[in-house]
Every structure is written in structure tokens, then in C-alpha cells.
Design a protein around this ligand. Structure first.
Ligand SMILES: [Zn+2]
Length: 56
């Protein structure tokens, strides 16, 4: 199963076992042990997430 970021739904996660089973998202910078598996949840998160470039 592919692990996805619970914050932005990106699959671009780095697994950092030396930090204590921590995943680091290379897209939004999320760091944590909680990730979601690829599927409807990740897809829904990805649709909600909006990259903050010049607004907000
Ligand atoms: Zn992310």
C-alpha cells in the first residue's frame, strides 16, 4: 500500500526511521507518524488541500 500525507494527500513522503517512525512530506512539510494509505481518503485530502502561494 502506498502511504499518503494526511495533510495534503501527497505520496511524496520520506520515511525517517532514525527519527522514530516519522514520515516527512516533501510537498507540504508535514512530519509525523500518522499517514493515510492510498485511496479515497488521500484523494479527498488532495482535493481539499490548496497550496498557499500568494493567498491566505
Ligand atoms: Zn503533505
Amino acid at each position: 500500500m502506498t502511504k499518503c500525507c494526511p495533510r495534503c494527500g501527497s505520496k511524496n513522503l520520506n520515511y525517517e526511521p532514525w527519527l522514530g517512525e516519522i514520515y516527512v512530506c516533501r510537498k507540504c512539510g508535514y512530519q509525523g507518524a500518522l499517514v493515510v494509505e492510498d485511496g479515497e481518503i488521500a484523494d479527498a485530502i488532495g482535493k481539499k488541500f490548496e497550496p498557499t502561494d500568494d493567498k491566505g
